[in-house]
Ligand binder design. Structure first.
Ligand SMILES: [Zn+2]
Length: 121
């Protein structure tokens, strides 16, 4: 059975790995019916050594460097915080943000690169 939710997750991970993070973010925002967050390379000062963060005031996902723009775990983790802040709600826990990112990456791993290409090319 073709699982469209799984196929969506695979597509998102593939976009991020393929340096099309902006497209991935737009597709995710459309999927969840929320505004598209900003993407910035460079962390705000107070976030120090972290590789990524989400700033709700500016609706911006920050990553520490260009390489992290292609890291599905970091992007999806921070996107989860964006989903959870919609309407000024709580940011959600780190555990849930990690779980959200892992679900996408698991879908990608189990789906397989070659079957993905077949479906989306
Ligand atoms: Zn987090």
């Amino acid at each position: 059975m073709f699982d469209s939710e799984r196929a969506f997750k695979v597509k998102i991970v593939q976009l991020i790995l393929g340096k099309e993070t902006q497209k991935a973010i737009e597709a995710l925002s459309q999927h969840y019916g929320i505004v598209v967050p900003q993407l910035r390379v460079g962390m705000p000062k107070k976030y120090g050594k972290k590789v990524g963060c989400y700033v709700s005031n500016t609706k911006t996902i920050h990553v520490v460097n260009r390489e992290k723009l292609e890291d599905p775990f970091v992007i999806l983790h921070e996107f989860y915080h964006h989903i959870r802040t919609h309407g000024g709600e709580h940011l959600g826990t780190e555990k849930h943000a990690n779980r959200f990112a892992e679900e996408f990456i698991e879908a990608y791993k189990t789906f397989g690169k070659y079957s993905f290409n077949y479906i989306f090319d």
